[in-house]
Design a binder for this molecule. Sequence first.
Ligand code: ADP
Ligand code: MG
Length: 485
Amino acid sequence: MSKYKALIGLEMHCEISETNTKVFSSAENSYKDIPNSNIRPVDMAFPGTLPVVNKEAVKMALKASMILNCKQPEYMYFERKNYYYPDLPKGYQITQETKPAPVGIYGSLEYECKGEKKIAVINNLHLEEDAASTDHYSSYSTIDYNRAGVPLLELVTEPCFHSADEAVSFLETMRSIYQYAGISEADSRKGQIRCDVNVSIMDDSLDESDMNNWGTKIEIKNVNSFGGVRDAINYEIDRQTELKENGEYDKMEQQTRRWDEDSLSTIYMRSKVDAIDYKYFVEPNIPKYKISKEWLEEIRKDIPELASERKEKYIEKYGLSDYDATIIVKDKKVSDYYEEVIKLGGNPKKASNWLTSVILGHLNKYDIGINEIYLTPKMLFDIMNMVETGKISSKQSKDVLYKCLSDEKEPQVIVDELGLKQVGDEDTIRPLVIEILDAHLDLIEEYRKGRNVFDFFVGQVMKATRGQANPSLTAKIIKEEIDKR
Ligand code: ADP
Ligand code: MG
C-alpha cells in the first residue's frame, strides 16, 4: 500500500459539434479544409460587430447540465475573460466563469470504473467560445480563425478522482454522454476534446474531505488524448511521491506544466503564483435573459436514452452479458446499428454475437467506423434471416458476411454468385443417406458394436452435397435410417 493517495480534478473542454453555426456568429460550425474560409466579421473582432447567442448551443449546454444533475441558473449571461493571445482577436474570450453564470452549477454523475460504480462531483459546466488554432513552423507561425467561435463546453470537476483509471473512466463516460445526447461527436482525434488535469497527493491517513489537508495542486494543461491523461496522471503521481520522499513536496509552489508526448513526462511551464488576473466582468454586448421553467422542461423531455440506460436494457431485456452490452454501447454508432437490426426483427443475442465477434473485429483491423462499412443493418439482418430460415448454413453465413464486407455486394447477390444454398429438405437428404449406408454396411455393424462412425456418415453426406446439407437434419435422418435396419 502506498503511503499517499492522489487527488485528481479535471477540466474537460468539449466542442459542441452538432449546432449548425458558431456560438456567437452565423459562420458554419465546421472546420473547413481551407484555413480562414469559415469566418464572419464578428469572429475576427472587426469594429462594430456584435455577438448573437446561438440558442441551439445554449439548449445543448443546458441539456448537458441536466444530465450532470447540475443546477441551472435563473438567468443566462456571459462574462469576458481578458487576455491577449494571437488566437484570440478580441483580446478576450466570452465565457461563464464566476458563479452563478455557468449553465450548470454543482452536480454529480455516476460512472463505472473497472465494474465498480463511482460518483464524480461536478463543480460547474460552462459555455464559451473556442479560440482560433495556431500552427508553428521553423521560422513562422500561422493562425486559422475557422475554429474561432466554435461553441465549447468546459466541465470542471472537484478533486474527486484517486487514480488515472478513475479519471479516464469518467472522461469516457462524458464522451459517451455528449455523443448520445447529440451534443458532440466528442472525437479527440479531431481535437474536439482537450483536458487539463490537476494532481496532488496527500498522506493516506488524512481526511480528504477537509480541504486543509490537500496538497499543492499541479495543473497539466491541454492534454489531447485519454491515453495522455492516463500517462500524465501516473507520471505526476510518481514525480510528486518522489518529491514527498525527498522532503521537497511541501516547498513546491502551485504550477502549470504540460504533458510532453515525446519524453513522456510533464514539463514545467509557469508558476501559478504570478498567474494573470483575467479581470472578469459581465459581457455587456449580450443582454442577460431569464430562462423559463417551461423551456427547461422542454429541454429535459428532449434528453434521449443514454448509454447507461441502453446497457441496462441490453442486459435485462435482451439477455446480453455485461461484457457484450458494454462493448456495444461504448460507441453510439455501433449501438444505433445494433438497435436498427433489432428493430428489423433480428434476434438480440445473435445480432450481438455478430457485432462483437465479427464486425467489431473488422472495424478494429481496418481502424474504421461502423458507418464506413458496406454492410448495413438491413444486410446483416438479411444474412441472419437466411440462416434462420435454413437457406444457408451458419458456416456459410460467415463467408457471405466477409464477402459482403470485402466485395461490397448485397448478401443475396453473393449467395447467388457462390451458388450457396443449404439442402434443408428431407426429400433430398434421405435418399442420399440410404445410398451411403448401403455402400457401408460393414461400418453400420461397427457402429452397433460401439465404434464412432457417425461423423463419417455425416461427412459423406456433406461431401455429396458440397457442404450444403443442414448438419442437424442430416444427423437426425442417419440415426433414423440406421435404427430402421
Ligand atoms: P484555479 O483557480 O487554479 O483554476 P480551481 O480551484 O478553480 O483552481 O480548480 C481547478 C481544478 O483543480 C478543478 O478541477 C479542481 O478539482 C482541481 N483541484 C483543486 N484543488 C486540487 C487539489 N488539491 N488536487 C487536485 N486537484 C485539485
Ligand atoms: Mg475556461
